[in-house]
Design a protein around this ligand. Structure first.
Ligand SMILES: O=C(O)C(=O)C[C@]1(C(=O)O)C=C[C@@H](O)C=C1
Length: 279
């Protein structure tokens, strides 16, 4: 298993890193990427066997960058072969010695800023919120600049205090509800790639469907006739029709044969659709 490589949104200390480590442990190699889209590229270029990709948070909802990467990669390799769920507890980290009254800017991933919106409005109503590529990336920046920049904080995991020098925790568990979970897709280059240890028979699947001008998503879902558990809609700007969309459809309590037959029913009637994952 030593040469099984898992890609994640880095640097070390992100929730993606923790989710990957909880799922795969120490027996695999890890490959850091600087963006979520970079994780897709690592899979497509075979730099990694599997990527851990944040898909949905229980407080803030769908991870837009992931759906946009899935949308752009519709023609590229990449297949969801599993999922893993992580409990997310955010901290506010500052350079050592900095007090709350000094903070003017707060950096984090947009998901983390969104999950802490009530805390930020209550404690730091005047602060500038800066979106960066990851929570640990925010911690890395304030650590690197900590001697010169004393008005900046990062929202990230407590683990970042141990990963980056010169930081301390100012507030703990600052997300808008105690129960906060992020679900990650495990993306592989192809359907044939099995996850270690060998997976149980699949019960879930992900497809995209792009209704043409005359098709309605409701009738396409009726044709699909599978137990749909979630539906996400993203724009499809390259199409000729204004506001044309792609629908990401997740189904559960199903099996591979039922999914393939359902997809076949859409394709045979000329609907654009593709299987993006089965696990
Ligand atoms: O920035 C990180 O630490 C990530 O792993 C990304 C991410 C996300 O995109 O949702 C993962 C889990 C948390 O919900 C916050 C951020």
């Amino acid at each position: 298993m030593a040469d099984f490589i898992v890609a994640f949104l880095g640097p070390l200390g992100t929730y993606s890193h923790q989710a990957a480590h909880e799922r795969f442990g120490d027996s695999v190699k890890y490959h850091e990427c600087s963006t979520i889209t970079g994780v897709f590229h690592a899979i497509a270029s075979s730099s990694a066997h599997v990527g851990a990709i944040p898909q949905e948070n229980s407080l803030f909802g769908s991870v837009t960058e992931t759906y946009d990467a899935l949308r752009r990669e519709v023609a590229a390799p990449g297949f969801v072969v599993g999922e893993t769920i992580l409990s997310v507890q955010h901290c506010l980290l500052v350079p050592q010695g900095v007090e709350a009254s000094q903070i003017r800017r707060i950096k984090s991933h947009e998901q983390a800023l969104g999950q802490c919106a009530a805390f930020l409005a209550r404690e730091f109503p005047g602060a500038v919120l800066e979106k960066v590529s990851s929570t640990a990336g925010a911690a890395e920046t304030i650590s690197r600049d900590s001697t010169t920049t004393r008005d900046c904080a990062a929202i990230c995991s407590r683990m970042c205090v141990d990963v980056f020098e010169g930081l301390e925790v100012l507030f703990e568990s600052i997300q808008d509800a105690q129960n906060n979970f992020t679900r990650f897709y495990l993306l592989s280059k192809s359907r044939e790639h099995q996850l270690p240890p060998p997976a149980a028979p699949p019960t879930k699947a992900l497809l995209w469907i792009s209704p043409s001008g005359s098709e309605r998503i409701t009738s396409l879902l009726a044709t699909l006739d599978l137990p749909v558990s979630r539906l996400d809609r993203r724009p499809r700007p390259q199409s000729s029709k204004l506001f044309q969309a792609l629908y990401f459809v997740e189904v559960e309590e199903t099996d591979a044969t039922a999914v393939e037959q359902a997809l076949g029913r859409l394709l045979v009637q000329g609907t654009e659709a593709k299987l993006l994952g089965i696990w």
